[in-house]
Write a protein that binds this ligand. Structure first.
Ligand code: CTP
Length: 409
């Protein structure tokens, strides 16, 4: 019995609960209890001001472990505490979160254990703000919230009601039940693609005329990189085949860099047998030059003499030998977005296609934001709002998981 309990304990997920100095700090005890009741282990990290409001002993007694306040706490720093904890945890939940900690996270300041942990961890981060309405609605705070949202941080929005200062308004910490529920939703999501081989392509390709000139497009690769990152965070084994882009590879993802459509095709075909799900977010060049010169061609030799041929359609090739795999395409359109995407979906035998209008200002190629139409196998079209590409990647993966589930039935 003891052994079984111990094993269950080892299997359970660790949540780092970040507690900052808001009057609603007392609710953090219930949040801690809520996570524990659902089988999570909780490590509490307090800011120094929070530890002045409430003794860390209270959280230590509730969590059954030491509470971390100080970055230079000897017990913690011996093991480079923030790095060790950053790797162990499955969720960082900051509740209550003051305007100050939100500002620190948004600007990358790391001057205490909690803000250092935020920078060091790659796990999902959930923040529940709590402050006076004026502080919450202040343009700086709103800007910081937007920044963090863009960086993938998730929020449990504060509620409207009576605040600690006796004012009525926005800024009251969400209920502990809502915060725990949201945390658990994130934790369950992180396992949803466990063991699935996912192949993602991203970025443009370059088709060379000679060693210095090439034909390409404006794809930044951001959408594909976010998809790869999100799939990895859900437990998938991700291979990302990327055209030339200036992006940091997502953690835990195998990245293969390519340049031309032919290189991409070769690598995709190689990785295809080991993948259950393929998401082609790359903007593969439709044309290449008939010949690539070994040496730079002088300008006199160019005008009127350049011929193009079509590249092979990688996704169509995959569709022809699909065998139970799930294939997802992207459609970059400038007009008739949905009809064009539906046609591509049929022609390439896709399970889902994500269409966007790349001609629209502020979304699509090169932008941090996107607004897409997700077209399902039953023809249903799900439009999204304009959101960060990180948020879009979550919505797209939720829909892909729904399709995988339907196919299993
Ligand atoms: N695609 C591909 N191989 C190509 C061209 C496109 O695998 N040679 C994939 C893209 O990665 C994308 C989907 O096909 O997932 C649709 O790409 P898009 O450029 O929108 O459409 P095309 O099929 O190239 O058609 P068109 O250029 O006529 O719009």
């Amino acid at each position: 019995m003891k052994e079984r309990e111990q094993r269950a304990n080892e299997d359970s997920k660790i949540v780092a609960l970040g507690v900052t100095s808001s009057i609603s700090i007392y609710k953090a005890c219930e949040i801690l209890r809520g996570f524990q009741k659902k089988g999570c282990r909780v490590r509490v990290v307090m800011t120094r001001n929070a530890a002045r409001l409430v003794s860390p002993l209270l959280f230590s007694a509730l969590s059954g472990g030491a509470v971390i306040v100080d970055l230079f706490d000897e017990r913690v720093s011996r093991r480079v505490g923030h790095v060790t904890l950053a790797r162990e945890i499955s969720l960082l939940c900051v509740a209550p979160a003051t305007a100050n900690v939100i500002a620190k996270f948004a600007s990358g300041v790391a001057d205490d254990f909690l803000s250092t942990l935020y920078l060091a961890t790659r796990c999902p981060v959930l923040v529940a703000p709590a402050m006076n309405e004026a502080m919450f609605l202040h343009p700086r705070t709103q800007e910081n919230l937007r920044k963090l949202r863009g960086a993938g941080v998730e929020f449990v929005e504060p509620e409207k009601g009576t605040l600690a200062c006796h004012d009525e308004g926005w800024g009251r910490l969400a209920s502990p039940e809502r915060i725990v529920e949201e945390g658990l939703r994130i934790l369950s999501r992180t396992e949803s693609l466990k063991g699935v081989g996912v192949l993602v392509t991203a970025g443009p390709t370059r088709e060379y005329l000679d060693p210095v000139r090439f034909l390409s497009n404006a794809s930044s690769g951001k959408m594909g990189y976010e998809i790869a990152r999100e799939a990895a965070s859900r437990g998938a084994e991700v291979t990302l085949i990327s055209g030339p882009v200036e992006l940091v590879p997502p953690a835990g993802v195998r990245v293969i860099k390519v340049r031309t459509a032919a290189d991409m095709e070769r690598e995709v075909l190689e990785a295809y047998p080991g993948s259950g799900l393929v998401i082609m977010a790359a903007a593969v060049s439709d044309f290449r030059f008939t010949r690539t010169a070994r040496q730079k061609i002088g300008k006199r030799g160019l005008a009127g003499k350049v011929d193009l041929v079509e590249t092979r359609d990688i996704l169509k090739t995959l569709g022809a030998k699909k065998k139970g795999k799930v294939l997802v395409g992207f459609a970059a359109e400038t007009e008739k977005t949905i009809p064009h995407a539906v046609r591509k979906m049929k022609e390439k035998k896709l399970d889902l296609i994500v269409a966007n209008n790349v001609g629209e200002e502020g979304i699509g190629f090169e932008s941090d934001d996107n607004k897409v139409f997700i077209i399902r196998p039953d023809g249903k079209v799900l439009p999204t709002d304009k959101m960060s590409k990180r948020e879009i990647s979550r919505v797209v993966l939720d829909q892909i998981e729904a399709v995988i589930e339907e196919k299993r039935k």
